[in-house]
Design a protein around this ligand. Structure first.
Ligand code: ADP
Ligand code: MG
Length: 690
């Protein structure tokens, strides 16, 4: 028999939801599904929107997209189809007209000449305003402004309101105010309790709570502040640890340059200098290098690696895919073997023997540079003297994976030593995000492309006109150039994706019998994929049919035509990456985006922008607005992707204030700091390892 539950008084916010009236095991389980376990969690479960059922709004006001209460007189009403319980009616008030649709059998029957109070969502229809399935209200029912909570099956909005009311009651005596009162006075912000009351139980006289009003703003700023603090602390702890000092300019790098057919750009030189000054400092470098596709990040990485190697340490480069790791391995081996440096590959797809040999070379220090995928930070991997970790295409990894690899460098005999970290990304991170999500990193930008690149011409072609492309491919390959044909990404099915790629290759082989056509897709094993890529690189293949595996980093400068199927379904970042596979040399390059009609508005805008610009930063800004930061960074990337109230796009202008506040609180060693971090980030995010 279960022990009788005693209800502690007074209730506290950290107590279990089960202590609330009306919460038994069933409701508790439903709440747990939303990760809400304490009374405090309920308090912080904020409404996503409001229904204003208290105020009759005129049709002439801008109501599209809102749920509104309207009072209309019916001018005409008829069944939509004979014999069916469907009705369409025309209603009007002093300021406008609206069409009312009634589909089910149980809705109100709207009689011509009568006036009704109706509640529902107002949309823009073909002939003006529309409301479907209006709820009929009578004036006695008129309620206040009702919050609408994100919910889960079985939990009604009424239930939410009773839960929140109880949580607010508990909060009366148990809610810490963490923002300095001087700040609140200066900004005219309410206390936390008043703000939460306003948000959860808005009164009719104050109207629907708005995002820009003080109650919300104080929450937004508080949340941004908490994240800034967490990142600052993490950064601070990091700078307190020691790292090997690489103080000499690298000779090896000079020797590498003397063997190359090109000179580094000014931007490459500058960024490498910034890196080298970090490496000489004695505390771990944490630097993000941003550079658009083709800007030459690999050479900068090589310079950094050689600096570490010259000082007797090992460097590790982590790439997001096996394909890319192997390409890097080949390039680096070609660059560095003549300098007497051993470059080791470590990937999950090696044979057991190769892997064992690789592991041994890392552990005994004979491998000076190791290149690999996620396989690099697995448990069995032990380094002799890891001094530098380089992460390529950072957006593909989470913060924690980066940290896991950096942990490899904390050698027991060199307690407290951490390797330096260099993070490279071609996905330009908009200023807003860089400022916040990457507050723990210093940023260098390679803002110059190697000379002699010609801009890529981007054209849009309807998928049913793809025949036109055959001649284009034939001409391009006839001139000794190469082309990519990228097949659509098919969610959740590598098998179907591979089939689509195979049948496309077959179709192209029939249409272009004189060309050598290759194929890579995700169902091939690494060796097959590599062999095929190598053949393409060696120009033994003219046209490469591929799934989106070629997205990141693949470098074949002789390729000048990129054809992307189903471009309308891809995001800007991915399209930009794919397009970046061409235009890598002096040849004029083309990118063809195939799309299907009808095009959704957003897709049309994306493709239009792709045609208009090659500027990765502009594309990234647009991507941020369209998709939001969570998707761009990936949810694992940063706690910031999971903001509860704030939104990096809408609330960008508050970041500066949050930053200043973070500095102030840190300077005065405010006791509010841990409480803020706990409240907004909680235990879920662990910063402990850094
Ligand atoms: P990304 O920044 O996209 O990783 P890569 O490092 O792959 O770019 O470089 C793209 C291509 O440009 C490679 O073929 C590389 O050898 C070449 N490259 C790099 N730096 C220069 C330079 N300064 N001048 C000419 N070519 C360069
Ligand atoms: Mg690259």
């Amino acid at each position: 028999m279960a022990a009788p539950r005693t209800r502690p008084t007074p209730l506290k916010l950290h107590h279990s939801v089960e202590l609330l009236t009306g919460v038994g095991a069933r409701v508790a389980a439903q709440l747990a599904r939303l990760s809400l376990t304490t009374i405090g969690d309920i308090l912080w479960h904020l409404p996503t929107r409001y229904e204003n059922r208290g105020q009759i709004l005129p049709l002439g006001a801008h109501l599209v997209g809102q749920s509104a209460l309207i009072q209309v007189t019916i001018s005409e009403s008829k069944p939509l189809m004979r014999g069916k319980a469907r009705q369409v009616a025309q209603g009007f008030d002093d300021s406008g007209d609206i069409t009312l649709w009634q589909f089910g059998r149980f809705g109100p029957t709207l009689q011509t000449g009568q006036t009704y109070l109706l509640f529902g969502e107002i949309r823009e229809g073909a002939h003006g305003l529309e409301m479907a399935q209006p709820e009929m209200m009578n004036s006695a029912q008129l309620e206040a402004i009702l919050p609408v909570y994100p919910s889960t099956e079985g939990l009604s909005q009424t239930k939410w309101r009773t839960l929140v009311a109880q949580a607010l009651n508990v909060a009366l005596d148990d809610l810490d105010e963490l923002l300095p009162s001087t700040l609140r006075q200066r900004e005219g912000w309410p206390s936390l309790l008043v703000a939460l009351q306003r948000i959860h139980v808005p009164t009719l006289s104050e109207g629907v709570p708005q995002r820009h009003e003080p109650a919300y703003v104080r929450l937004i700023v508080e949340e941004l502040l908490a994240h800034m603090l967490a990142l600052r602390l993490k950064r601070y702890e990091f700078t307190q640890t020691a790292a090997p000092r690489f103080y000499q300019k690298s000779n090896l790098y000079q020797r590498l340059l003397s063997r190359l057919s090109f000179k580094p750009t000014g931007a490459q030189d500058r960024v490498l200098r910034e890196i080298q000054s970090d490496l000489a400092r004695g505390s771990p470098m944490l630097r993000l290098v941003q550079g658009d596709v083709g800007s030459g990040k690999t050479l900068v990485a090589a310079g950094a690696a050689l600096t570490a190697i010259e000082h007797g340490y090992q460097a590790a480069l982590m790439a997001p895919t096996a394909l890319l790791a192997e390409q890097h391995q080949r390039n680096f081996a070609q660059w560095l073997s003549p300098l007497g440096i051993e470059v080791q590959l470590l990937s999950g797809q090696q044979s057991a023997g190769e892997r064992r040999a690789g592991l041994t070379a890392l552990a005994d220090g004979s491998a000076q540079l190791v290149i690999g995928t996620h396989a690099l930070f697995q448990e069995q991997v032990v380094f002799d003297r890891l001094g530098l970790v380089i992460v390529d295409e950072q957006h593909r990894f989470g913060v924690h994976q980066r940290l896991a690899l950096s942990d490899k460098g904390t050698h027991p005999e060199r307690a407290g030593h951490r390797p330096h970290q260099l993070v490279m990304t071609a996905t330009p991170i908009p200023r807003t995000l860089a400022m916040s999500a990457y507050a723990d990193l210093d940023v260098s930008i390679i803002d110059e492309l190697p000379p002699g690149r010609t801009p890529i011409t981007t054209v849009l072609v309807r998928a049913d006109r793809r025949e036109q492309l055959i001649a284009r491919i034939s001409a391009v390959c006839g001139q000794g150039r190469q082309a990519y044909w990228v097949c659509p990404l098919i969610e959740d099915s590598e098998r179907i994706e591979a089939q689509a790629a195979e049948s496309t290759a077959e179709y192209l082989r029939e249409s272009l019998p004189h060309l050598r056509i290759g194929l890579v897709h995700g169902r091939m094993n690494a060796a097959e994929k590599n062999a095929e890529m190598a053949r393409f690189k060696a120009h033994e293949v003219d046209l490469l049919v591929a799934t989106t595996v070629v997205e990141v980093g693949v470098d074949v400068p002789n390729a000048s035509l990129m054809i992307i199927e189903n471009a309308d379904r891809m995001g800007l970042a991915q399209l930009h990456q794919l397009r970046g596979r061409v235009g890598r040399g002096r040849i004029a390059s083309y990118c063809v985006l195939l799309f299907d009609e009808p095009l959704a508005d957003k897709a049309r805008a994306r493709l239009g922008l792709m045609r208009e610009t090659q500027d990765g930063f502009r594309l990234a800004e647009a991507d941020l607005v369209q998709r939001g930061p969570g998707e761009i960074l990936g949810t694992r990337q940063t706690g910031l992707a999971k903001l509860k109230v704030a939104d990096l796009v809408q609330d960008e202008h508050w970041l500066e204030l949050a930053r200043t506040l973070a500095d102030e609180l840190i300077a005065e060693q405010s006791p509010a700091i841990p409480a803020l971090i706990r409240r907004w980030i909680g235990a879920a995010q662990h910063y402990g390892q850094v």
